[in-house]
Unconditional design. Sequence first.
Length: 153
Amino acid sequence: MSPDDRRDALPTSDAHPYLRAATAGLRHHTRTLTAQTSADESARPADRPHLDSLHAHLTALHRLLDQIAERTRPERPASGRHLATAHARLWQAADAVHAAFHLLPATVSGSSDCQPEQLPQGPHMLTICQRHLAASHAVRRKTTAADLAAPAS
């Protein structure tokens, strides 16, 4: 860790231990995938459960960023706008992961169609679709189509 990293690092007693733990988990997962790719050129591509977990993480982060942006915007409008932009980009990432999920081969024939109206007790893939549908309703309430189409700044 460089001196600059130490200076910018949060104290270990920060108020967000679960968020730190989630970040550490993602870093560990990334290092593990990198090590597997380096050691074995025939590393397996992502599978549906992997993308489902990633989508769950993205939508949870999307929800958190939405709440933070809402609280920040009244006191700090400029920061709130940047957070709102990040919120829109996070939705785009979750949407792309959802689309990739449906392009992967299904374990059961005919189960790749998105059917969010069905109950979550059904096939595994319905969970991601219902989560995605719920997130899309939140996005439609707060984000315009122009916001989503705008290039990243």
